[in-house]
Design a protein around this ligand. Structure first.
Ligand SMILES: [Zn+2]
Length: 381
């Protein structure tokens, strides 16, 4: 048996998505969604089922209006994920490939189940979130061993290296925090509020508390780990004080494609797959152009635009790279389909020249470009 129906009657225990395209197991990366708990790949065609386990099961018996709200919330999340993943909307989610079957390859993405609130944070829901009646039983994840190490110590300073934050508690002990895209701090006066959401960490004194939610990493580093981090992370375009020439020095001495170098965190920090495709298009660079072919002037211009785009996204909470004049609907709110020039627009006409956008794989991730605006020249590879 290769399909199983894991939900007990009347309960929803997971959100499941069916990706009927080759490389479907990586669809969540492209869509900038969190890691599924299970990625079940059919090795014959590369299609995949992605499974997000729910920490608090959703009761699908809708006779109680309060339950109905939670069911609708789950359904709105499911719809948004379906759209973001390009998943098969006809898939009912009732069955999924049996992860124990030999016919499929299963990867475990994350052990801890998700709360609906955590899943919702990655998408724009078309229905308002249930602020007043959050789903019950939200997962809690506070690492008490970290707390024991720094309890009673004085915080001496905070340092940022790329997207990594280091809290110096003395004695060569640093609390390392990586916020990811959704990490967020809150603070307030005592008493402590009830734990809620993806609470990763809290500090408190007699008078104030400070909480961290949604971060992707929180752990103790010693001085050697800190040093490793410093040598491994390149400058970030988000950091206005960062020196772009630190990155340029690594780029111009490399024959690797610029499309690879941009994603290498030791060269430049914080560039994801969307920015890679978009910034190369904006500067008419083919992704396979060797780093050594980039002039300092080109790199400075690219760096400046990356900083602008990334800061805009930080402020607005969504990535939009298109200029208003290049959108199908130039005025008003930016439609989802108008956000990018080439990213995931393969087959669609280039916004500048009308040539169909093409896609290929570079560094195990899809990259998108216009074959007319981004001509492959200087490629010595
Ligand atoms: Zn074009």
């Amino acid at each position: 048996m290769a399909e199983i129906a894991p939900d007990p009657p009347g309960w929803l225990t997971a959100l499941r998505f069916d990706i009927d395209t080759e490389g479907g197991g990586a669809a969540w990366i492209e869509a900038e969604l969190p890691a599924p708990n299970l990625v079940i790949v059919n090795p014959r065609n590369g299609h995949a089922h992605l499974v997000y386990l729910l920490g608090a099961w959703v009761q699908t018996d809708c006779s109680d209006p309060r339950r109905l709200k939670v069911v609708r919330y789950a359904a709105a999340i499911e719809r948004a994920y379906n759209a973001a993943l390009g998943a098969d909307p006809a898939y009912t989610g009732r069955f999924h490939h049996n992860p124990l079957s030999d016919a499929y390859v299963t990867k475990i993405g994350r052990d801890a189940p998700y709360s609906l609130d955590e899943l919702a944070r990655y998408v724009d829901l078309y229905e308002p979130a249930l602020k007043k009646n959050p789903p019950i039983g939200i997962g809690r994840n506070v690492e008490t061993f970290v707390a024991a190490l720094i309890d009673g110590k004085t915080l001496r300073g905070i340092e940022a290296i790329g997207k990594h934050l280091l809290y110096d508690f003395g004695l060569d002990r640093f609390l390392h925090v990586h916020l990811g895209r959704f990490g967020n701090f809150e603070d307030g006066p005592m008493p402590l509020p009830e734990p809620r959401g993806v609470l990763r960490f809290r500090l408190y004194t007699a008078t104030h508390w400070f909480e961290l939610r949604g971060a992707i990493a929180i752990e103790m580093f010693d001085a050697s780990m800190r040093q490793l981090l410093e040598t491994r992370i390149g400058p970030s375009p988000l950091d206005e004080a960062a020196d772009p020439l630190l990155a340029y020095g690594k780029i111009v001495t490399s024959r690797a494609p610029i499309g690879m170098l941009l994603m290498d965190q030791s060269v430049v920090a914080g560039i994801g797959n969307i920015y890679r495709s978009e910034i190369l298009f904006l500067h008419r660079l083919h992704p396979r152009t060797p780093g050594s072919a980039l002039t300092k002037q080109t790199w400075r211009a690219l760096w400046k635009d990356l900083g602008t785009l990334m800061r805009d996204a930080t402020l607005s909470g969504r990535i939009v790279t298109t200029a208003a004049r290049d959108r199908e609907k130039p005025s008003g709110a930016v439609r989802r389909s108008d956000r990018f020039y080439v990213y995931r627009r393969d087959g669609l006409p280039c916004r500048w020249c009308g040539t169909p956008v093409v896609t290929g794989t570079l560094g195990n991730r899809n990259v998108f470009w216009c074959s007319r605006d981004q001509v492959e020249t200087n490629s010595a590879l």
